[in-house]
Design a protein around this ligand. Sequence first.
Ligand SMILES: [Zn+2]
Ligand SMILES: [Zn+2]
Ligand SMILES: [Zn+2]
Length: 243
Amino acid sequence: MNCSLCNNVINGKYYADYWNNKVCAYHIEEGHATHCSSCGAITAKEYQLEDGRVLCKICNRNSVTHLSQIRGLIRRVKKSLVDVGFDNFQIDDINISLLTAEELAIKRNTNRPDTNNKGLTLSNVSNSIGGLLLRNKQKCTHNIFILHRLTKVEFAGVLAHEFLHAWQIKNSISLEAPKCEGLCNMGSFLLFSTLSSSLSSYYIKNLFDNPDPVYGGGFRYVHALYEEVGWEGVINKALKNNL
Ligand SMILES: [Zn+2]
Ligand SMILES: [Zn+2]
Ligand SMILES: [Zn+2]
């Protein structure tokens, strides 16, 4: 068995990652290697971002730095959601920006940047007088902010999650936090299942394994419901605030 970092035959203790790479224990214990923040592969600390994330060579090369790289992917995310039954929300009314962890923290009104928070949706809902009289058409504008330097697959998952926050607000849906975040994570699950990428299985595993009661517990709850009633059932229940 050879070490995937130094290529030497591994003697004794070693570490393995999700991708079945094995490395001599000392690379990690002496701090020269760690898990890639995007794909979990054990990697030398070659590409370290200023927010503390470490990327492997492949994720560093494929990470999203400009929106111009992913216009097609944004349309694909929306189409995947519409294809399973979410109404055709106007993607053009939603502003999408890539931000650093620090900029995201400012948007969240905190001074603690946290790269586990990869997306944020801020919405403005205003009722025009005419709209109120007609009892319809509240005007919503949404700004979606996404952490920069995610892989394209990860970006698609985060964007789908945030789109479903915007969708819930647009439809005046108000769910308790685990159901709200669980439904949004179903959007990520949908994209990971739709995009053919070797990374998808890793991200899907992370969704299921997430120990957080809101994000992980909520996702497992909504996913179990989806297994029973499908997307149509999940969407109808959400629209009735009865998920
Ligand atoms: Zn080694
Ligand atoms: Zn990676
Ligand atoms: Zn969320």
